[in-house]
Design a protein around this ligand. Structure first.
Ligand code: FES
Length: 340
């Protein structure tokens, strides 16, 4: 018996990951993990449980044409009460997380430590009271101890661990930065609510191009940690772009993971004029049509909004559209009100 991860994407942008055995139906596995995918007959007769399989291999047991037509099945629709996975899968559920009685869950945590990685970034380590079923790349809302505020950060650690790690940009005067820089101490109570977000690593079926801007490296660290454990047979090119040389944090960890996984190329790019580096400028100054493999590539980008826009228009200039382009724009700054 093999257990696979099935990511359920709900209409409201919430994603939950369930574990489903290869002889188990997705609706049953979801129900076991307290998620009620809408269903009625459970026999492949009514069509109530119809969803859309975005990725992965699976088997469908018996169902009637009235429940799902051949044409729908050919398009990728599935009856989840008759679906058992043959690989990790991604399934789009045509209902909100509230309808399915699942919502981001608060998990109590305790600060283990804060690492000053550079002038511009912190590492935060949190011990969670229970593990959170997130996919590599997803984020959580992290409470700011001593305030009623929270901030959203991607995990930089591997899914399934009871220690959550985050890479956090130091924003002078920012509410989280002030906490991390001035008041944080081991044992502080902190709450993580999630997981959230649709920026996560899909089953890998083609070469990968990963683009990280600054602390946008965090989700890629989680993906690398995941692959170091699960294995990987696709080539990965990771561009890690920062402003100054001192901002290249966690590079040793990235390179060690790259070596462990194999077939991972790490390319750093530096924007600041005054710092010497073999590749200067922006990612778009170095990304070539070669990196896009004739379009047969999955692109993942996590960085500030201008980087997302620049890369998208660069693809247009190169005249190559990647098979998939997943991105996460992270908020570059906190507002004055937030910082107060
Ligand atoms: Fe009726 Fe799945 S619940 S077809």
């Amino acid at each position: 018996m093999t257990t696979y991860n099935v990511a359920l994407n709900f209409e409201d942008g919430v994603t939950r990951v369930i574990q489903c055995e290869d002889d188990e139906m997705v609706t049953e596995a979801a129900f076991r993990q307290k998620i009620n995918i809408p269903m009625d007959c459970r026999d492949g007769v009514c069509g109530t449980c119809k969803c859309f399989a975005e990725k992965g291999k699976f088997e469908l047991e018996f169902y009637l044409e009235e429940a799902m037509t051949e044409e729908e099945a050919a398009q990728g629709y599935v009856l989840t009460c008759q679906m058992s996975p043959l690989s990790d899968c991604v399934v789009r559920v045509p209902a909100t997380s509230a309808v399915c009685k699942t919502a981001p869950e608060p998990v109590a945590g305790e600060v283990l430590g804060v690492d000053r990685l550079s002038e511009t970034s912190f590492g935060l380590r949190v011990k969670m009271a229970k593990t959170m079923g997130f996919l590599p790349g997803q984020y959580v809302n992290v409470s700011v101890p001593g305030t009623d505020k929270h901030r959203s950060y991607s995990f930089s650690s591997k899914p399934g661990a009871d220690e959550g790690q985050f890479l956090i940009r130091n924003i002078p005067g920012g509410v989280m930065s002030s906490y991390l820089g001035e008041r944080a101490k081991g044992g502080d109570a902190i709450t993580l609510t999630g997981p959230m977000g649709t920026f996560y690593l899909r089953p890998m079926e083609r070469p990968q191009l990963w683009l990280a801007g600054g602390t946008g490296l965090a989700p890629f660290l989680s993906m690398l940690e995941h692959l170091a454990e699960q294995g990987n047979d696709q080539p990965i090119t990771l561009y890690y772009a920062v402003t100054r040389a001192a901002d290249l944090v966690e590079l040793d960890r990235v390179q060690a993971l790259a070596k462990q996984i194999g077939n991972v190329t790490v390319i750093t790019v530096l924007a600041a004029e005054e710092d010497a580096h073999e590749r200067k400028g922006f990612v778009t100054d170095h990304l070539s049509a070669n990196d896009l493999n004739g379009g047969d590539v999955d692109v993942y980008l996590c960085g500030p909004p201008p980087m997302v826009d620049a890369v998208r228009s660069h693809f247009g200039t190169l005249g190559v559209e990647p098979a998939n382009f997943y991105f996460e724009k992270f908020n570059p700054t906190e507002t004055e009100a937030d910082a107060a």
